[in-house]
Design a protein around this ligand. Structure first.
Ligand SMILES: *Cc1c(COP(=O)(O)O)cnc(C)c1O
Length: 222
């Protein structure tokens, strides 16, 4: 199937309110334009140089989401382009994003990345860390970022019970944080979880963004 057909096939299955992030990492701008022409507007990239190189070549109504581990020395490179940084995995990074966004008078949406997977290589706050920093007030007084919710990746496994329990943990943590630290803050509403192999499960457990690459663009050539 074509990129346009893949997008249509996926979006037709997404419940109301669930948004598709087309993960275009490693794919050229021509492929992104194919998706754009099919109506797709939200794209995800996981490397700073790649986002900063592609974004200026593409239509300005694209909403770029940064979804990879973000090194501090790369923040400045993506702040002009990213509408959302989904992968905030430390308070230092959050504060730096706020500072760099303020420097160019921009507001950036961010998601806090939660580490729920078994792999230690994946980044993010543990549930305990996130609740601790929230209690310490880390999410208040940020002038140029809007904390819009949580992002997570499940363990890379065929064990769908494991994946399901991780998505449930993300959803529960989201609810706890929202009720305790974001009460009345209507911006805190997003849960980004689910990729090509597990997005159906993620949607059943409250995902509002699914991040899909392979099922749209085919396999990546690294
Ligand atoms: C690459 C990537 C995806 C998309 O993965 P697919 O399996 O190709 O759909 C989603 N989320 C993150 C954080 C990624 O790095």
């Amino acid at each position: 199937m074509s990129i346009a057909q893949n997008i249509e096939h996926i979006t037709a299955q997404l419940p109301e309110g669930v948004k598709l992030v087309a993960v275009s990492k490693f794919h050229p701008v021509e492929k992104i334009m194919e998706a754009y022409d099919a109506g797709q507007r939200i794209f995800g990239e996981n490397r700073a140089q790649e986002m900063a190189a592609k974004a200026p070549q593409l239509p300005s109504d694209i909403e770029w989401h940064f979804i990879g581990h973000l090194q501090k020395n790369k923040v400045r490179m993506i702040i002009p382009w990213a509408s959302t940084i989904q992968s905030i995995d430390s308070i230092e990074l959050l504060q730096l994003v706020n500072k760099e966004a303020a420097r160019i008078n921009r507001n950036v949406n961010v998601l806090l990345q939660l580490h729920v997977a078994k792999e230690q290589t994946k980044s993010g706050f543990t549930v305990d860390e996130l609740l601790k920093v929230a209690a310490e007030g880390a999410f208040t007084n940020l002038s140029n970022v809007t904390i819009a919710g949580l992002m997570a990746m499940a363990t890379f496994t065929d064990d769908m019970k494991q994946v399901t329990s991780e998505f449930e943990l993300v959803h529960n943590t989201f609810t706890t944080l929202r009720d305790k630290y974001f009460a009345g803050d209507t911006a805190f509403k997003e849960i980004s979880m689910g990729m090509s192999d597990d997005w159906h499960i993620a949607v059943q457990h409250g995902a509002t963004y699914v991040r899909i690459g392979t099922n749209i663009f085919g396999a990546r050539e690294y």
